[in-house]
Design a protein around this ligand. Structure first.
Ligand code: SAH
Length: 345
């Protein structure tokens, strides 16, 4: 017997067609679609306004793959980390980050990561597979539920800054965002979603061509090729000149400001030259810089630079009218902060 198909890989159209082919009304497809997405049904028997016969036809043809929250850790700062189990037993992590009036979900796009950033714990796991659109969507839905239960408010923002490189799982990430933003899904505004990439020029251009409405963040960390390719070895194949060109293309098409993520480390990018290179890079397209606090991952090869150096960055950027924010990290005590997601538990 052939393996049953995951019903959530079907579009609404395909689901409607399935019912017509089985002698039912197309409208049934809409009902079931709603159960699968906005109502989050885990079993066909949950679909109470669908007849027993129909449910049994569905049962014969499909499965509903669903993530399960395997374990939960709570940080003293209110951050919650979910380890979620996928239908094939693999685990990824997602994080709920409450700050002021916001609650942000940080979600994973791959199991492990294809890239090799030396400062990131996820890079030490091999990439095992891409997540499906529903597996990404489910992480967001689970965090949204958690947010309502714990903080009495819905999620306000989503960042694709968990495990994996979103633009190396391009189609599935875009499909998940389609569901997250659709009224049948979570109905969130794309303006509240940020996709973070390590900087793959071709894919950034593709985003621009696809006219996406979410925000783009690029993990820059250095605006000097030799330095960047040392700490992010994959970037040897993607020189900053190409990255710059792709960002100009992005801005021209979308008119949307880019965020650069940047960690300042001792002995790596703590020089005057490093600062000038960043200032120069920031002039190519309208942008803002998030200076991220470094979350040590183990051996001490990387050390966050001292406050004077960071203040130097801030004053130089501000002198040049570049917006800069300092991002304190959250959830460090439970290994939930940027770059710490590595399925430790
Ligand atoms: N692959 C994507 C998204 C995942 S990483 C990307 O590279 O953007 C999310 C952010 O965390 C990136 O900006 C990344 O550079 C940063 N990061 C990785 N390891 C970190 C660490 N140990 N401390 C602080 N930030 C880290």
């Amino acid at each position: 017997m052939s393996e049953k198909k995951d019903i959530r890989s079907l579009t609404k159209e395909q689901l409607r067609d399935f019912f017509v082919e089985n002698g039912d009304k197309a409208f049934r497809g809409n009902q079931v679609f709603e159960w699968l997405w906005s109502k989050g049904a885990h079993a066909f028997d949950d679909m109470t306004n669908v007849s027993k016969e129909t449910r049994s036809i569905l049962e014969q043809n499909f499965v509903i793959n669903h993530i399960e929250v395997d374990s939960k850790q709570r940080s003293s700062d209110g951050t919650v980390k979910n380890a979620v189990r996928l239908h094939d037993g693999l685990i990824v992590e997602s994080v709920l980050i409450p700050t002021g009036s916001r609650t942000t979900a940080c979600v994973s796009s791959q199991v492990g990561c294809s890239l090799d950033c030396n400062f990131c714990a996820t890079a030490r796991l091999k990439k095992m597979r891409n997540l499906n659109p529903d597996e990404i969507y489910d992480q967001v839905a689970a965090i949204n539920k958690e947010s309502i239960e714990t903080y009495n408010r819905k999620l306000s923002n989503i960042v694709f800054m968990g495990m994996g490189e979103p633009l190396m799982n391009y189609n599935n990430v875009l499909k998940s965002i389609e569901k997250i933003t659709s009224p049948e899904g979570l109905g969130m505004s794309p303006k509240r979603i940020t996709v973070s990439t390590s900087g793959l020029p071709k894919m950034i251009k593709k985003l621009a061509d696809d006219d996406v409405k979410f925000n783009l963040a690029v993990s820059l960390h250095s605006a000097i090729d030799e330095v960047r390719s040392k700490i992010m070895p994959f970037s040897k194949a993607f020189p900053l000149e190409d990255l710059k060109e792709s960002l100009e293309y992005w801005y021209e098409k979308t008119q949307s400001r880019v965020t650069y993520e940047y960690v300042v480390w001792d002995g790596i990018n703590d020089t005057k030259e490093a600062i000038s290179a960043l200032v120069k890079f920031c002039k190519y397209v309208p942008c803002k810089v998030n200076l991220i606090e470094y979350n040590p991952i183990d051996d001490g090869e990387f050390q966050q630079a001292n406050p004077d150096t960071i203040n130097n960055y801030i004053s130089n950027l501000e002198m040049n009218d570049i917006i800069v924010n300092v991002r304190r990290s959250r959830g460090k005590d439970i290994d939930a902060a940027c770059g710490q997601l590595a399925n430790k538990s």
